[in-house]
Design a protein around this ligand. Structure first.
Ligand code: NI
Length: 442
């Protein structure tokens, strides 16, 4: 064996039977889990003692713009369209590859330290996102954010740009996967959406898009097409089982039926939706209807962190008040959203999302010896309502130990922090916003 996670006090497997194991060990060879049993002989290159620890599948963040860590705190307390038009888009117009590289490295470090082992990204310079994934050891789906703002004559060249990545990473079975990402129905022409769908189908890729995020978006699309964004996307043949739709806040009953029928996967981003006051998605209704709902953080400009523990708790408690019912969306459903449903949304359910023999070893180990985690009566509700990102102790991705006892093994911590600071200064100077920075070094 290459790695053994030995004598784990608790393993929450998230397998089909949702088994919770006590005092079991996990054997890993190369990138995969090869054994889960009570008696694994302790011969391995690395043995991790997991006594007093809670072991879970790596968390999957199904919607983010990782490099936007450089925009953290830049534009708070604003509504979405004002936030985009006045702050985000003008700053993004100054983006260079080095900014995306630095921001994504920083994001990967933040995500790994909080137990996220896979993320679904949509941004510019996706080859820099791929480079960050390769270097840090995390797993990720990269995509080029496509916009034409209605200028459909640009559609072909924009999709070509997205397609370019397929040549490099499309056939990869590794940690970097490719998706196509038309940004949203209000920023993409019908031609661009159709061409993206056609191209994704041709290459067997997923489509990553923002849909029905705000009331304003629904109103605008209705004025233009006479349909809700979901009805419109369905009418043009865009909706399918390979679509992962982020936000999906303002859905009608009819929209829900379309989503269910087309097997569209939803990425719910509760913190971003709350912070931008976009609204409260009908997650409990979607889950009860059998729609696959996963969880995302969205970018650090609208969150402002990339923390899936915070996201799980917010998701659960938000649905309870939304339905005025404490029994709405129970903890187990929320943990499913953050693990196995994330894998399903990315088409990777045979590879990740649970701790099972044959799957990739994407494993997170939580140290239970923290004041906020004592005592433990229900491991599932503990994960959703109590655990924090800082309780994560050790992270394994693709069979490699990425962080051990909160020490990074693949990342030069100080280098990433200073590189991110340096590149933020550069970006904000270009955008004429350098005076916003409170501190220029740490
Ligand atoms: Ni987003």
């Amino acid at each position: 064996m290459d790695v053994i996670v030995k004598n784990a006090s608790i393993i929450v497997t998230m397998d089909n039977k949702r088994r919770i194991l006590k005092n079991f060990s996990i054997g890993i060879e190369e990138s995969r889990i090869v054994e889960i049993s009570e008696n694994i002989p302790c011969e391995a290159d690395f043995v991790i003692d997991a006594k007093g620890k809670l072991v879970i599948p790596g968390l999957i963040n199904t919607h983010t713009h990782a490099a936007m860590t450089l925009f953290r705190g830049l534009a708070d307390d604003m509504p979405l369209m004002k936030w985009l038009r006045e702050e985000i888009w003008p700053t993004e117009a100054k983006l260079k590859a080095s900014h995306v590289y630095a921001g994504t490295l920083l994001a990967c470090m933040e995500m790994i330290s909080g137990g996220i082992t896979c993320f679904n990204d949509m941004y510019f310079y996706p080859e820099m996102v791929a480079k960050s994934i390769e270097e840090t050891g995390i797993r990720g789906v990269i995509s080029y954010a496509m916009f034409d703002f209605g200028r459909s004559e640009m559609a072909e060249s924009i999709v070509k740009e997205g397609e370019h990545l397929i040549k490099e990473y499309g056939k990869s079975e590794g940690r970097v996967r490719v998706a196509l990402a038309p940004h949203a129905p209000y920023t993409c022409s019908e031609e661009l959406l159709k061409l993206a769908k056609e191209t994704a189908d041709k290459h067997g890729l997923i489509l990553h898009i923002h849909v029905s995020e705000t009331k304003e978006e629904v109103k605008d699309i209705k004025e233009k097409t006479g349909k809700t964004p979901v009805e419109y996307l369905d009418k043009i043949g865009f909706l399918d089982k390979n679509v992962i739709a982020a936000h999906m806040v303002w859905l009608t009953d009819r929209d829900l039926s379309i989503v269910k029928k087309r097997k569209v996967k939803v990425s719910h981003n509760p913190i971003s939706n709350l912070k931008l006051a976009s609204g409260i998605a009908r997650v409990d209704d979607m889950v009860n209807k059998g729609i696959v709902v996963s969880l995302g953080t969205d970018g650090a400009a609208s969150n402002n962190s990339l923390d899936m523990f915070e996201t799980m708790k917010t998701c659960a408690i938000l649905q309870k008040i939304h339905k005025n019912n404490p029994e709405a969306l129970k903890a187990e459903k929320v943990l499913e959203m953050a693990t196995i449903n994330g894998a399903k949304a990315l088409g990777l359910e045979k590879e990740i999302g649970s701790i099972e023999v044959g799957k990739r070893a994407d494993i997170v180990i939580i140290d239970l010896k923290h004041p906020n985690l004592i005592p433990i009566t229900n491991p599932i509700s503990h994960l959703v309502y109590t655990a924090k990102a800082c309780n994560v102790d050790t992270v394994i991705v693709d069979g490699k130990i990425i962080m051990e006892n909160r020490e990074f093994r693949t990342i030069d911590y100080d280098r990433v922090i200073s590189f991110a600071m340096e590149q933020t200064i550069d970006l904000l100077s270009e955008a004429g916003k350098e005076d916003r920075l409170f501190m220029k070094s740490v």
